[in-house]
Design a protein around this ligand. Structure first.
Ligand code: FAD
Length: 440
């Protein structure tokens, strides 16, 4: 227990602040977590669970009087089973640590996101993180085989299986992955590793309109199949600002309305550059793309990714921002983007509105700012209203936390919300764990 509590434990990447917690614990193992939770359960104290604090929905931000459990010291890679291709790890290990340990053992951990150096695999599981490889390997849910969880009364649930299938009743891991710390604290995980892919080939293509983004994606899926490793789109204004904030020049015509970063990888030892070139040459002839640059070296590949991963600089430059993590069926994306862009520009002409994200898995991020505090709710309302009736989500990968809670009904029907409420009541009747996140 520290006193006073350092500032870094009071907020996450959303910038939300709620108050001053009364205790901070940084346990080293599961039994220490369980002991703290048992004590809080007995005395009806509220716990805030913290991973790497890179969350964008405010879920790890404590309120006045909270007991904070921060997992940063639980960062041990416990075991790698080379025969199965699985890793057992404590929940506080960073994503980068897990990726490096997998690589050192001749395997590959495919979940990857810009915050890899700070976010923790426990936090990734709690938010069901997505990132830039979902297209090929799925979300965090698809990479977790088993979990150990401390429940709200302090009991330890051990479901640390390495089995790929187990139909002996409901699989407990799916209750906790994506539950944002509201149903249990994930303390250890068994992660599924993949064979390492071959060297990356990457390109940035310029597109004439937003509808071409989905058509190019279909073409690349059909021609490259499982080799398609990433498909990340960026609006013209995103590319312009990214170029000015990083030292990377735009590899394609910067006045093109849309750009997409495509990455392809085969199996180990296989180069896929020719296949990518052929697929893009066809797209150029067909008018799907208007311009294209193919990486000639690994440093080009890195520069392309640098352009796309400039979000921390963009967020700082445009702050205070309102950030979105929407998901939509591909056929509804052009209408959504055009309507939201037009309405934002009309209503907030002094702000910038940047679209980008993991379009390969239906995910559209939007950063808009700077905005005045009193306008932020209207910005949210304006964007979420456009999702309605289109089978969309207000959170494709970041979670609901506090920030998106007022808008949950835009994406979940009353019956789904009641089911989530029943689960919370059944597993945490005293509202000990992360109270007020996702639902009231
Ligand atoms: C630059 C940048 C890029 C990003 N890119 C992506 C991206 O591409 N895809 C994506 O999905 N996200 C992205 N994010 C968001 C963020 O990194 C993810 O949501 C990440 O999974 C959060 O992990 P964390 O350890 O930082 O969790 P925290 O922020 O600490 O917590 C997030 C939530 O999980 C709960 N939690 C944390 N650890 C545990 C645990 N062990 N048990 C139970 N509950 C827990 C917290 O209470 C909170 O509700 C990005 C963030 C940044 C800053």
């Amino acid at each position: 227990v520290n006193s006073p509590i350092e500032d870094r434990f009071l907020t996450d990447w959303s910038g939300l602040r709620r108050g001053a917690p009364s205790e901070l614990h940084r346990p080293a193992d599961t039994s220490e977590v369980a002991a703290i939770v048992r004590r809080c359960h007995a005395s009806h104290r509220s716990i805030t669970v913290q991973g790497g604090l890179t969350g964008l929905a405010g879920g790890a931000v404590p309120a006045d009087g909270d007991v904070v459990i921060n997992l940063e010291r639980m960062n041990r890679i416990e075991d790698i089973d080379d025969l199965e291709g699985v890793m057992r790890v404590q929940a506080g290990a960073t994503l980068e640590q897990v990726q490096s340990a997998a690589a050192a053992a001749g395997w590959y951990f495919p979940v990857d996101l810009g915050a890899r150096g700070s976010c923790q695999v426990g936090g990734n599981a709690a938010t069901n993180a997505g990132g830039q490889r979902v297209l090929r390997y799925g979300t965090m849910r698809d990479s977790v085989l088993g979990v150990e969880v401390v429940l709200a009364d302090g009991k330890v649930l051990d479901s640390l299986t390495c089995l790929v299938k187990n139909s002996a009743g409901l699989d407990p891991r799916f209750l906790f992955i994506g539950s944002e710390g509201t149903l249990g604290i994930i303390t250890r995980l068994v992660l599924k590793l993949q064979p390492p892919p071959g060297p990356p080939s990457a390109a940035i293509a310029a597109l004439p309109d937003v509808a071409s983004l989905a058509r190019l994606l279909r073409h690349l899926k059909q021609t490259l199949g499982g080799m398609l490793h990433a498909y990340e789109f960026m609006s013209r204004r995103f590319v312009e600002l990214s170029v000015s904030l990083t030292s990377v020049g735009s590899p394609v015509d910067p006045s093109a309305p849309w750009a997409v970063l495509v990455e392809a990888r085969g199996v180990q030892g296989q180069t896929v550059e020719e296949s990518l070139q052929a697929a893009l040459a066809f797209a150029l002839e067909d008018g799907l793309i208007s311009d294209c640059a193919i990486a000639a070296s690994l440093s080009d590949v890195e520069a392309f990714w640098r352009l796309r991963q400039s979000t921390p600089e963009l967020l700082t430059h445009l702050k205070p921002t309102v950030n979105f993590d929407c998901g939509l069926p591909l056929r509804h994306i052009p209408g959504f983007v055009d309507r939201v862009d037009a309405r934002l520009r009309e209503r907030f002409p002094a702000a910038q509105h940047l679209f980008f994200g993991h379009l390969g898995d239906n995910n559209i991020h939007l950063v808009t700012g700077p905005h005045r505090e009193e306008d932020m709710h209207s910005v949210d309302e304006l964007v979420y209203r456009e999702l309605e009736g289109h089978q969309g989500t207000i959170s494709a990968e970041h979670g609901i936390g506090f920030i998106k809670k007022p808008f949950l009904a835009h994406t979940r029907c009353a019956a789904q919300i009641e089911l989530l409420r029943s689960l919370k009541r059944a597993l945490d009747p005293r509202q000990v764990l992360n109270p007020g996140r996702v639902l009231d």
